[in-house]
Design a protein around this ligand. Sequence first.
Ligand SMILES: Cc1cc2nc3c(=O)[nH]c(=O)nc-3n(C[C@H](O)[C@H](O)[C@H](O)COP(=O)(O)OP(=O)(O)OC[C@H]3O[C@@H](n4cnc5c(N)ncnc54)[C@H](O)[C@@H]3O)c2cc1C
Length: 291
Amino acid sequence: MALPVRPRTIVAGLAAGSIGAGLLVSRMSRGVDADANAPKPVFGRGPAFVSLPLESSEQVNHDTKRLRFSLPNSTDVSGLTLTSAVLTMSWPQGRWFPVARPYTPISEINENGALELLVKKYPDGKQSTHLHSMKPGDKLLFAAAIRGHQWVPNSVPNVTLIAGGAGITPIFQLAQGILQNPEDKTSVTIVYGVNTNDDCHLTKEMQRFENEFKDRFKIVYTVSQPDEKTTLRKGRVTKELLEEVVPLPKDGETKVFVCGPPAMESSLVGSRKEKGILEQLGYRKDQIHTF
Ligand SMILES: Cc1cc2nc3c(=O)[nH]c(=O)nc-3n(C[C@H](O)[C@H](O)[C@H](O)COP(=O)(O)OP(=O)(O)OC[C@H]3O[C@@H](n4cnc5c(N)ncnc54)[C@H](O)[C@@H]3O)c2cc1C
């Protein structure tokens, strides 16, 4: 007597189970479909080891190129956080070991489908020479993301970003990320020191920021070997220049980020033995960040 009941129970159980499983599968597949449309990050916390094709390469001055790489899908995003760099790898011909060098993307942090680098070529530079030799369609291996200082929106009312030469890339990435986040109201001042007028990069983008964020973005260029007719400031990034153009700690809470050649960074940030210009201006060590 118990036997006929058991199969019914089993059948009923299986039916209920399959309805449940059906619902679950349908929910899961809806989830998968939804996720399939969501932008996928290419870089996470661990290794990425993704090979990306070069989409375009543009010479922007005598030694620097803009290199645009396609992400695997047009909807993908880099997944990088502000102030991150990416570690690139190549195996130059005739060398025993691969070359690994970090570069800081200048594309918008949430841009779909592409990642853009601004790369200065150094004489005999292994990776920069390789990157400058790449043609559209050539692939470059991106090993991982390298996270920098964790930027917290609105953590201070204003930041000063000081760049020297090719050091503009992380400075630009941070400024762009702050200004394009509608939640972040931080004011940004960039001081950009270069050797010649021709070395000023990303000027169109900076001009756009100046027009769009008049009340909270300012950039001051200073050129150490300027053209005769230059309208830009002349000279290096000095204590006097900073005193004149940037918000100082005595006027309220602030932070300063510095990226440039070693000589410039040490004169601004100082060393264990000597105070740098920024400390002389009243910045505390915890307010000063390098990349
Ligand atoms: C976090 C981080 C982010 C970076 N982002 C960028 C970026 O966005 N764009 C960019 O162009 N570079 C960037 N760099 C520098 C880049 O990683 C390489 O160091 C640079 O491209 C030189 O590598 P290379 O293999 O061509 O030169 P190497 O073969 O290492 O060196 C060849 C010659 O160039 C000289 N040289 C190398 N690097 C420098 C330098 N920085 N200043 C002066 N002389 C140098 C060396 O002294 C040597 O004589 C970044 C570096 C770091 C640490």
